[in-house]
Design a protein around this ligand. Structure first.
Ligand code: CP
Length: 306
């Protein structure tokens, strides 16, 4: 039976640990031996929304494993503009590729594609819902920093309503022991209730605040997010909250020792450039770990043992 990566809610703690182990193994392999693991395999990337990191890191991951890539970076160049359905697009592309990564503005789109096709599907972001490969690379980055995911004190800050990276990350970290979440957002951008009340998150410890400074002093990690302008039905509402939080080097003078600032990127105003040179900056480590984790994901879904 084929396997997909659609939602963190489909995974258990053993699955997450398996991905983390696989990524560590892949990272340790010499480049030369990695470069033949997926020779002859083809990755399709169907991106109906903009992306820099997710699409290019999937492409880099496949290229460095010896495979090749086809697809599109914007839907305007595909036959969907002529009215072709998502299912027909996917059923066509599965004839050309061995594995498919899709980003789409509609929640549930990746699952529709997974159910319509016989090749492994990776959800590279579906609307405000899920971004599971981002979460796996976030977990890998956290594991490298702290050695464990148990007992972390993590603040999630900014747009907790629309950020799919936060939604996936909450579901994943809730599977680990004694993780404490501090939710930092304006009232308008609070984490949806269903994410706190269902699954393992229902047993997790949450605190909620509108103030970031205290979290910087108490937490191991502050995970910043961009306020997602493209998701707001009313841009006047966006204007009210777009600059709600900004971390800068001055604020970090009171940071907990070893605090890491993470961000899925792209950032707009949430993290001042003066943080980049501090030991707290973790976001470009996340970028680098994205290639490794996406290699691990593709090898796993294609059933290739490195
Ligand atoms: N983190 C992330 O999904 O970035 P992109 O939108 O650039 O892919």
């Amino acid at each position: 039976m084929k396997r997909d990566l659609i939602s963190i809610a489909d995974l258990g703690r053993p699955d997450l640990l398996r991905y983390l182990e696989q990524a560590a193994h892949v990272e340790a392999l010499p480049a030369a031996s990695k470069s033949r693991l997926l020779t002859g395999r083809v990755l399709a990337v169907l991106f109906f929304e903009p992306s820099t990191r997710t699409r290019l890191s999937f492409e880099a991951a496949m290229a460095r494993l010896g495979g090749s890539v086809l697809g599109f970076a914007e839907a305007t160049t595909a036959s969907v503009v002529k009215g072709e359905s998502l299912r027909d697009t996917a059923r066509t592309v599965e004839r050309y590729a061995d594995i498919l990564a899709i980003r789409h503005p509609r929640e549930g789109a990746a699952r529709v594609v997974a159910e319509a096709t016989g090749i492994p599907i990776v959800n590279a972001g579906d609307g405000t819902n899920q971004h599971p490969s981002q979460t796996l690379l976030d977990l890998y980055t956290l594991k490298k920093y702290f050695g464990t995911l148990d007992g972390l004190k993590i603040a999630l800050a900014g747009d907790l309503k629309y950020s799919r990276t936060v939604h996936s990350l909450v579901q994943a970290l809730a599977l680990f022991d004694a993780v404490e979440f501090t939710l930092v957002s304006p009232p308008m951008l609070r984490l949806p209730e269903y994410l706190r009340e269902s699954g393992p998150a229902a047993r997790a410890k949450f605190a909620e605040t509108e103030v970031l400074d205290d979290a910087v002093e108490r937490c191991n990690v502050v995970y910043m997010t961009r306020v997602q302008k493209e998701r707001f039905p009313d841009l006047l509402e966006y204007e009210k909250v777009k600059d709600a939080y900004c971390i800068d080097a001055r604020l970090l003078q009171h940071a907990a020792p070893g605090l890491k600032i993470m961000h899925p990127l792209p950032r707009v105003n949430e993290i001042h450039a003066d943080v980049d040179q501090t030991p707290h900056a973790g976001y470009f480590d996340q970028v680098a770990n994205g290639v490794i984790m996406r290699q691990a994901i593709m090898l796993d879904l294609l059933g290739v043992t490195p």
